[in-house]
Design a binder for this molecule. Structure first.
Ligand SMILES: Cc1cc2nc3c(=O)[nH]c(=O)nc-3n(C[C@H](O)[C@H](O)[C@H](O)COP(=O)(O)O)c2cc1C
Length: 304
């Protein structure tokens, strides 16, 4: 997930039992551009050996550039190159990248044939069900991908038009799975351990991809529901996560971009909205520490 699944967060998830890692997606155009852009890409694609298998995810709207980038990036050491065919962000999808590529399954077939010829490691895809309700062409897309060398498909069971809201249609994942010979990962609307069991039962998918359900709750990979994790456990994890982020990005930027994680780690504190709104203003470790201590004190006094 762009903006979330960087190296620190993925390492934490992996330690808690996630089966593999996908990097944040990378725009193929950034790789050929400025030195500054290349440095940002290197940060996004940083990984630890313990994360293997690790997939580098890329997106773009020009087939030749996707192939060229996949060929270049395989030498950076990932186990898999994943092509994003699901991004619904307007400036990406409407330019013909991400979910914009779903509109033409025959072209996707040609792209994957070229990728499998050019790249020696497995190439996989992340798809959606189609552009909108009137064009749910997921069976055609999955067939074109599989017939042209795609090694695995992760299916986000929503259309581009749905973006991230509305019900995920797991029955479509079941349809794809019943026809496919390659592994299929089910994704969309899996927020609890009970959801993991339900999507597996209903779709027979080979694995489950968890997105938003892991933010502030990486314990989902240990099969623990959110309610079973205490505030002090969460705060301990937040401290560690923050330390890894300041190490990777430097103290200033690390603290800044940790804000979106911090508010999710203290989800227990429904009644203290003010503390949450102060968390999103923290700009150094000491400020986080003092708010974490305050959160624990509030919880303690509520219990006594
Ligand atoms: C902030 C955010 C960033 C995302 N970035 C990516 C991305 O880089 N690549 C990708 O394949 N999907 C991305 N997604 C989509 C998720 O992988 C996932 O398909 C979607 O959130 C549905 O799963 P969920 O209901 O478990 O969250 C992103 C989602 C969110 C909320």
């Amino acid at each position: 997930m762009d903006g979330f699944t960087d190296w620190p967060f993925r390492v934490i998830c992996r330690e808690l039992g996630s089966a593999m890692s996908y990097t944040e997606f990378v725009n193929v155009d950034e790789i050929v551009h400025s030195r500054h852009a290349q440095d940002a890409v290197r940060l996004k694609l940083k990984f630890s050996e313990m994360e293997r298998p690790v997939a580098f995810q890329i997106y773009g709207h020009v087939d030749e550039r996707l192939v060229e980038t996949a060929r270049t990036l395989q030498d950076w050491g990932p186990d898999i190159i994943d092509i994003n065919l699901g991004c619904a962000i307007r400036k990406i999808a409407e330019r013909g990248a991400g979910a914009g590529m779903l509109k033409d399954p025959a072209r996707l077939g040609r792209l994957f044939a070229a990728l499998s010829g050019a790249v020696r490691i497995p190439v996989t895809a992340k798809i959606r069900l189609g552009w909108d309700d009137r064009s749910r062409n997921y069976l055609e897309v999955a067939r074109a991908l599989e017939e042209n060398g795609c090694a695995l498909i992760a299916v986000h069971a929503r259309t581009k038009e749905q973006a991230l809201s509305g019900p995920a249609d797991w029955s479509a994942i079941a349809e794809i799975k019943s026809r496919a010979r390659i592994p299929i990962l089910g994704n969309g609307g899996v927020h609890t351990v009970a959801d993991i069991d339900a999507i597996k039962r209903e779709t027979r998918c080979d694995g489950v991809m968890i997105g938003r359900g892991a933010i502030g709750h990486p314990w989902i990979f240990t099969r623990r529901e959110k309610e079973s994790v205490s505030l002090s456990e969460s705060v301990d994890m937040a401290r560690r996560h923050l330390a890894m982020m300041t190490e990777l990005y430097g103290p200033r930027y690390g603290c800044l971009i940790f804000r979106k994680h911090a508010v999710r780690y203290v989800h227990h504190l429904v009644s203290v909205g003010k503390l949450r709104s102060r968390l999103v203003l923290c700009s150094n470790v000491a400020e986080y520490e003092s708010l974490f201590a305050e959160a624990i004190a509030i919880e303690k006094s509520a219990r006594s």
